[in-house]
Design a protein around this ligand. Structure first.
Ligand code: MN
Length: 485
């Protein structure tokens, strides 16, 4: 059980300038609205709202997002409506709550359900990324209270989370939410494997691991004490059970082979100290060839930054270090949510992001206030792009006005080259049809087709499709018919 005071404390710790009075008001409103309602676990319903808000505070979400987190189930489950929310908390909060309410309604089953839920997540994200943050926090608490539900529901929710929510959290770089979700789902979906791994990790190996890590820390402390001006903390990293399980499955290895690697994280005050510490570590222990990764100069596509290295530690045992700044660490844990925070604190270095996240951040830099920013996101970033779906439920991001041929080339060059019939939402359409957000697109190929039709160039919208058509027409020997190539 948690209280609103705990939520507010968390908020103040993470962002001291938040309007906590509004949060308190939202709590009073939600508390009276949900009065007399209980969760399946027997707890008062408001506990769910509080836990949702608490996770949002941990992610350093802004005030309106936390308010919306407290109110997110009000229109669905109480006598109060979205209008009441608008009157009391304003239009922005109303929109966030509305986004969440819409996400919740999914009527399909099986693969249809999967596709629909994925589609809704992307559409909600297109409207306002904060809706997804609230949904993640909501889902996390639902997962933590899954025990109260019947087994078939547990399975359905866990499966959906593992297939949809966790990957999207990864896409947004919110690692902390991703692994928390994964480990809970793992427990419900593969209980035997979970119990076995948990026992090995938490019981059999724990003492040995802690002892080893203590020794490593001691050696490091001695060496780093000689260096001036290096502030740092060492954290021993939890290896997440689902990620161990996945590695065992994918690489077909035994637990000991994977868990033999001890993992430590060093957090320091600036980038040059990251490299200094790396140098010191490599000086003490011999690095394992091929294991050094510099994600600071070359960040991962989701924006992740850190130095990684594995060394032959004490007794030659493989020991993995991640070295990064506090800001990088927050970003790795909270992803896009952390950017808002650091933006507020005035630090903003250019870095690699998925294209649309990057654009969001660019826009955030040039916006004078939050409202302005949200408006711009809607207009500029998502206005001119759409998300469409393959029959398997894969999501493709395309520019507005894209056609089935653009989609075909986005899936695979061969599919583009041999495209003959397009089905949009299960109806046959022309190949130059304008796709809309959320369309389900299927391309039928003709294996006898030698290459694309160069007339397609006239209507395709993506660079990829245009280039592939040019290349493959050229290959087919019709170069001379296309002027300018
Ligand atoms: Mn909820």
């Amino acid at each position: 059980m948690i209280t609103i005071e705990e939520v507010i404390n968390k908020v103040q710790k993470k962002c001291s300038d938040t309007d906590t009075d509004l949060i308190k008001l939202a709590y009073d409103f939600a508390e009276s609205a949900h009065k007399g309602q209980y969760r399946k676990s027997g707890e008062p319903y408001i506990q769910h709202s509080l836990h949702t808000a608490y996770s949002l505070a941990q992610m350093r979400a802004d005030c309106n997002t936390i308010v919306a987190g407290l109110l997110h189930d009000v229109p669905e489950d109480t006598k109060y409506t979205l209008d009441d929310i608008k009157k009391n908390f304003g239009e922005e909060v109303e929109k966030l709550v509305k986004g969440i309410t819409k996400l919740g309604k999914i009527k399909y089953r099986g693969i249809e359900r999967y596709r629909e839920s994925l589609r809704k997540m992307f559409l909600a994200m297109a409207q306002d990324v904060r809706v997804i943050l609230i949904k993640f926090s909501d889902r996390l608490h639902n997962l933590r209270t899954l025990d109260a539900l019947p087994p078939n529901k547990q399975q359905r929710i866990a499966k959906e989370t593992l297939e949809i929510y966790a990957p999207i959290a990864g896409l947004l770089g919110i690692e902390r939410i991703k692994w928390q979700m994964e480990d809970i789902c793992f427990k419900y979906l593969y209980p035997d494997e979970y119990i076995k791994l948990e026992y090995k990790y938490e019981v059999e190996k724990k003492a040995e691991r802690q002892k080893y890590i203590q020794k490593i820390k001691l050696i490091l402390r001695e060496r780093l004490a000689k260096e001036e001006k290096i502030d740092y903390v060492v954290e021993s990293r939890m290896k997440h059970l689902y990620s161990i399980y996945r590695k065992m499955r994918i690489k077909d290895r035994q637990f000991d082979e994977i868990n033999d690697v001890f993992a430590l994280r060093i957090i320091t005050n600036n980038i040059s100290n990251c490299y200094k510490i790396l140098g010191i570590i490599h000086d003490i222990w011999r690095p394992k060839p091929g294991h050094f990764k510099d994600y600071i100069s070359v960040p991962k596509p989701n924006g992740y930054r850190s130095l990684h290295t594995t060394v032959f530690g004490l007794g030659g045992r493989a020991t993995e270090f991640q070295i990064r700044t506090r800001e990088m660490d927050d970003e790795a844990k909270f992803g896009i949510a952390a950017h808002w925070h650091y933006k507020q604190k005035g630090s903003a270095e250019p870095r690699k992001q998925p294209k649309w996240v990057k654009e969001i951040l660019e826009m955030q830099k040039s916006s004078s206030n939050a409202n302005d920013f949200i408006k711009k996101i809607k207009l500029d970033v998502f206005q001119n792009r759409i998300f469409v779906f393959s029959p398997k439920g894969d999501v493709f991001e395309l520019p507005e006005g894209a056609t089935p041929i653009d989609f075909a080339y986005a899936v695979h060059t061969d599919i583009g080259n041999q495209a003959s019939v397009a089905l949009v939402n299960e109806k046959v359409t022309t190949l130059d049809h304008r796709l809309k957000n959320g369309d389900l697109v299927e391309i039928k190929v003709n294996k006898n087709r030698k290459g694309p039709n160069h007339n397609w160039i006239k209507f395709v919208k993506t660079k990829r499709a245009r280039e592939k058509i040019k290349q493959n027409c050229r290959g087919a020997g019709i170069k001379k018919f296309i002027p300018g190539i």
